[in-house]
Design a binder for this molecule. Structure first.
Ligand code: UDP
Length: 470
């Protein structure tokens, strides 16, 4: 199945140009003109497997309106399949992250089921494209469309947002599944150089990290009272109670009504004077929320920890999240009372994306330390989001996070993601006053401004399509 995802146009170009200044704005407009030239009146397509949730959808919601304003025709197609398809793609994704996951096979039967699910989507897609079009397929869910589209459009590019630093048997099985399908792609795009598997290094490969949108409800500036109101909804404002009726919050991106209340597991919430330590993530093994909980309760003497993720009951396409949430809850219940009091588990409502984004925004902004203790990571959007908000981020030295944070300069890297004591030491040190959090935060903000804003996406796409590369 394939649907064309309509994107609500939100003007961002003027604000972006103000942010990046005249030189970068000039490069941005030139790049857009080059893309238009290359398309010769055709369309630039992005294809992924979900209209909401996850990093790719976040990016496309910003990128397509920007292209629109720049005069580049772009569209977003979403492929979907049945439960069996998503079971296989979940297994494949976990394998590409280097793990065995449910231990199920990725053999010929799974390949057949995967390709059979994608074939109707490709058939439908062919009705929408013409020979001038350029197609960017995102991640393993859509890779199987490359051979089905190669003769129908000007070029097909496959963009990979996942990966593992050191190959494992599981990741090799994942690449075995995909490799010959990718032969049909004109080029491959990875977020991190280390994630390019040896078997694909002879192909045209481009390294292109994702970006965040400073104008989205997730990242837009928030007045202090909006931050406080959102925190109170999550039991994280020591001075405030959750509002009883729907709450309206004014932001620079417009007013947002908070209609639903997060589910908060806590023993009295955050106390007055407690610094806030957070990790915002999906409830996933690779995000290791449980590791953060243990590191803070065992090795950080002060502060309140908020583990924040989506409401696991609201996520239909990823049953594992319920499992990992329950695991955290179980560990929380077993903590001694004095430690349990220091931890809140916050599940955010998912019905309204803007509301969800606003709550994440407020929690990140209010945090004294933001942790991203991933065991593997493509590019950590949460890391870039918190750095944009001038927070001190402590991230595992894995995948894209290693390139996002310069250790000791604009954040901190945890060399061994399994080192709970080490994580505790960095957090304690950061909260102790020994670290100039303002200075680190200011550099973190500047890093995102320099390298992870949407104009980079347009300029790198222009160079990907430049004639000498095709
Ligand atoms: N996110 C969210 N609500 C949540 C948890 C996460 O909106 O409850 C967002 C988060 O802000 C980020 C994205 O989901 O924009 C996750 O992207 P990231 O690259 O960090 O990890 P992924 O989930 O793609 O592995």
């Amino acid at each position: 199945m394939l649907t064309i995802n309509p994107v609500r146009s939100r003007p961002v170009l003027t604000s972006l140009e103000r942010l990046i200044g005249p030189q970068r704005s000039d490069r941005l407009r030139k790049a857009a003109a080059e893309i238009q030239d290359q398309l010769r009146g055709g369309t630039l397509w992005h294809v992924n497997s979900t209209p909401t949730g996850g990093g790719v959808a976040e990016m496309l919601r910003t990128l397509l309106p920007l292209y629109d304003e720049l005069g580049v025709r772009s569209r977003w197609a979403v492929v979907s399949g049945d439960d069996a398809f998503f079971r296989i793609t979940k297994r494949l994704g976990v394998a590409l992250y280097g793990s065995d996951g449910d231990g199920g096979p990725l053999g010929p039967a799974e390949r057949d089921a995967y390709l059979s699910a994608l074939a109707p989507a490709a058939d439908q897609f062919v009705d929408h494209v013409d020979r001038r079009d350029v197609v960017i397929l995102h991640d393993h869910q859509t890779a199987g469309m490359a051979p089905l589209l190669a003769d129908r459009v000007a070029s097909v590019h496959w963009r990979c947002h996942v990966g593992v630093d050191e190959p494992t048997d599981a990741s090799e099985r994942g690449w075995e599944f995909l490799a010959d399908l990718l032969d049909a792609a004109d080029s491959l795009i990875f977020s991190v150089a280390d994630h390019v598997p040896a078997r694909l290094r002879h192909r045209p490969v481009r390294i292109q990290p994702p970006f965040i949108s400073p104008f989205d409800a997730k990242n837009v500036d928030l007045p202090a009272d909006a931050v406080r109101a959102c925190l109170a909804q999550c039991g994280l404002d020591p001075n405030g109670e959750p509002a009883r009726s729907p709450l309206s919050v004014e932001t620079a991106a417009g007013g947002v009504r908070l209609l639903s209340t997060p589910t908060v597991i806590s023993d009295g919430g955050r106390q007055l004077g407690e610094p806030l330590i957070t990790q915002v993530s999906r409830w996933d093994r690779l995000k290791d929320m449980a590791g953060v909980l243990t590191a803070v309760t065992d090795h950080v003497p002060v502060g309140h920890l908020a583990l924040v993720g989506p409401d696991p009951d609201a996520i239909a396409d990823d049953v594992e999240q319920g499992f990992w949430y329950a695991d955290c809850l179980d560990r929380w219940r077993k903590l001694p009372p004095a430690q349990r009091r220091r931890v809140s588990l916050v599940s955010l409502p998912m019905a309204d994306q803007t509301e969800n984004a606003l709550l994440v925004n407020a929690i990140q902004r209010a945090s004294d330390v933001v942790v991203q203790k991933s065991l593997a990571e493509g590019f950590g959007l949460t890391v870039a989001e918190a750095m944009w908000k001038s927070r001190v981020v402590v991230g595992s030295a894995v995948g894209g996070i290693r390139a996002q944070i310069t250790d000791g300069v604009d954040g901190y890297l945890l060399t061994d993601p399994a080192d709970l004591r080490g994580l505790g030491r960095i957090i304690t040190n950061t909260l102790s006053g020994a670290v100039d959090r303002q200075e680190i935060g200011a550099r973190a903000h500047q890093r995102v401004r320099d390298d992870f804003l949407p104009d980079r996406e347009v300029t790198t796409t222009a160079s990907m399509l430049a004639p000498e590369r095709m």
